[in-house]
Design a protein around this ligand. Structure first.
Ligand code: H79
Length: 426
C-alpha cells in the first residue's frame, strides 16, 4: 500500500491532462468599471473610490447554468472561476470578511451556484484564489509594485500585520475546500519577487489543501520549481504559462514531461472590458488548442462576464464555433498528447497510442508529406466524417522512400480551420 498515494496522484493528473480544454472565468466588482481586472491598480483607485462598485454590484442576469451549458457546448471539460481576485472582493460567503457577494445587492453566495451548475453539466470544477489582496488591511501596500497604493504617501508606513493576512487567506481557502463538496482544481495567483513559497505559508497550506481535498490538482503559483527532479511540496502539480504557448513540451531535470496549462484570454483582458473588441478568431483558438496538445499541454480559455452577469456575445460565438469543430474532431484532442514525430511543415501532430492525428493547417501543392511514415500506416481517414484518404508514394519520390504521402482528390481542405486526418499506425 505504500505507493498507493503516488498511483492515485498519477490518476487524478491523468484526468486533468486528458481533459485538455477548460474555461477560465474572471468575474468580480471590476466588471462594473469594465476596464479589466487590474483597473484599481492601473488607475490608482483609492479604496473609498472603489467602494462604490461594491454597493452597485447587482448581477441580475447571473445564470451559471447558462455558462455551464456554453462551456459544455464549447467542448470544455473543466472550469476555474475567480472566488476572489486581487481587489479582494469575495464572490463566496466567507465568515472572515464582510467584503463579499452576500452583502451586495446580489445577496447570495455566487460561488455555490457556480459549483452546482457546472457540476450538473459534468465538468470538473476549480477555484481561482488571489494571493494578492488590495482590500485587506494587513496586505502590505507601500513598496509593493503590485499594489495600487504602492507610491501613495499615505501608505508609506505599513501598519499591517502580514501574519494576520496569511491566517485570513488560509482560513478562506479552508472554507472554499470545505463548504462546496468535491473541488477538482485550486488555482493560486501569484508569487512574485521575494513574495513566494513560505512567505505565503505554502507548505502548511498545501498540506491542509491535500487533507481537505485528496484528489485536488494544484497549480504552481505559490512558488517552488516543478523542474527540479524532487520539487518542493508546494510547487504544485502543473505549470501555468500565461498568455503564451511554450515553444516546446516542458520537461524536468530528469527529462520527464511536466503537465502544463496555458491560460489565454479571448480578447486582451481577463476581466470584462467593454472597449476591447480585439477578439481572437475561432480558427486561432482551435489552432492554439491543437498546439498545446501537440506539446503535452492544456488550454484554459478565459471569459469575462459583464456587470449583469452575461458572457459577451463575441465570446459566446467563438466558443460555439470551437465546440462545433471539437464535436467532429475531439478524438484528436481529448486524451491525446505530444507525438513521437517532429512537428510537420503543414501543421501539427497529436497522438494517442497507435492513433496519430495529422492536423493540417495549410497545404501546399501536391500530396501532404508524412515524414518517415512509409509502410507504417494501416489506414488514413478524414476524422470529421470517417471517409478514406489514400496513401501513396509518388512514382518519382525515390528521394523520399521513407515517407508516406496523403493524397487528397480535392485541392482544397474540407476544414480551413484545421482538417484532421486520423492515421492508424501499424
Ligand atoms: O488573473 C489574471 C491576471 O489578472 C493575473 N493572472 C491572470 C490569470 C495576472 N496578471 N498579471 N499578472 C498576473 C502578473 C503581473 C503583471 C504586471 Fe502589470 C505587470 C503587474 C504590473 C505590471 C498587468 C500589466 C498589470 C498591470 C500592468
Amino acid at each position: 500500500m505504500a505507493n498507493y498515494n503516488l498511483e492515485n496522484s498519477k490518476d487524478k493528473l491523468k484526468v486533468f491532462t486528458d481533459a485538455r480544454f477548460g474555461m477560465f472565468i474572471h468575474w468580480g466588482l471590476y466588471s462594473i468599471p469594465a476596464r479589466g481586472e487590474w483597473v484599481r491598480s492601473n488607475e490608482r483607485i483609492t479604496a473609498d473610490d472603489y467602494e462604490k462598485f461594491f454597493y452597485e454590484f447587482n448581477p441580475v442576469n447571473y445564470n451559471p447554468k447558462e455558462w455551464a451549458k456554453l462551456a459544455k457546448e464549447a467542448g470544455m471539460k473543466y472550469v476555474v472561476m475567480t472566488t476572489k481576485h486581487h481587489d479582494g472582493f469575495c464572490l463566496f460567503d466567507s465568515k472572515y470578511t464582510d467584503y463579499k457577494a452576500t452583502n451586495t445587492l446580489a445577496k447570495r453566495d455566487l460561488i455555490k451556484e457556480y459549483v452546482e451548475a457546472f457540476r450538473e453539466e459534468g465538468l470538473a470544477v476549480g477555484f481561482y484564489y488571489s494571493l494578492l489582496d488590495w482590500h485587506h488591511e494587513d496586505f502590505p501596500a507601500y513598496g509593493d509594485r503590485h499594489h495600487p497604493m504602492r507610491d501613495n504617501e499615505n501608505f508609506k508606513e505599513n501598519k499591517g500585520n502580514f501574519n494576520r493576512y496569511i491566517e485570513y487567506f488560509h482560513n478562506q481557502v479552508e472554507e472554499l475546500l470545505t463548504n462546496y463538496g468535491k473541488i477538482d482544481i485550486i488555482w493560486f495567483d501569484f508569487s512574485y519577487d521575494n513574495m513566494t513559497g513560505e512567505k505565503w505559508g505554502a507548505s502548511k497550506l498545501i498540506k491542509r489543501v491535500r487533507e481537505l481535498q485528496p484528489h485536488i490538482i494544484i497549480n504552481n503559483r505559490l512558488g517552488g520549481n516543478l523542474k527540479k527532479s524532487i520539487p518542493d511540496d508546494y510547487a504544485g502539480d502543473f505549470t501555468t504559462p500565461e498568455q503564451i504557448i511554450p515553444p516546446e513540451a516542458l520537461v524536468n531535470e530528469k527529462g520527464a514531461l511536466i503537465p502544463w496549462e496555458a491560460c489565454i484570454t479571448l480578447n486582451d483582458h481577463w476581466g470584462y472590458c467593454s472597449q476591447d473588441k480585439n477578439y481572437k478568431s475561432s480558427e486561432e483558438i482551435i489552432r492554439a488548442l491543437v498546439e498545446c496538445v501537440s506539446k503535452n499541454g492544456n488550454l484554459i480559455l478565459n471569459v469575462g462576464p459583464n456587470a449583469k452577469g452575461e458572457i459577451p456575445e463575441e465570446s459566446i460565438n467563438i466558443l460555439k464555433e470551437v465546440g462545433h469543430w471539437l464535436k467532429q474532431n475531439g478524438h484528436s484532442i481529448y486524451g491525446c498528447t505530444k507525438s513521437i514525430l517532429d512537428k510537420p511543415e503543414w501543421g501539427r501532430y497529436t497522438q494517442k497510442d497507435k492513433y496519430l492525428y495529422a492536423h493540417i493547417f495549410q497545404r501546399g501543392v501536391g500530396p501532404v508529406n508524412l515524414r518517415g511514415l512509409s509502410g507504417k500506416i494501416k489506414r488514413a481517414r478524414l476524422l470529421c466524417d470517417g471517409s478514406e484518404i489514400s496513401i501513396e508514394t509518388p512514382w518519382n519520390a525515390e528521394d523520399f522512400k521513407k515517407d508516406a504521402f496523403l493524397n487528397f482528390k480535392s485541392a482544397s481542405l474540407p476544414d480551413k480551420k484545421d482538417t484532421v486526418i486520423l492515421l492508424e499506425l501499424k
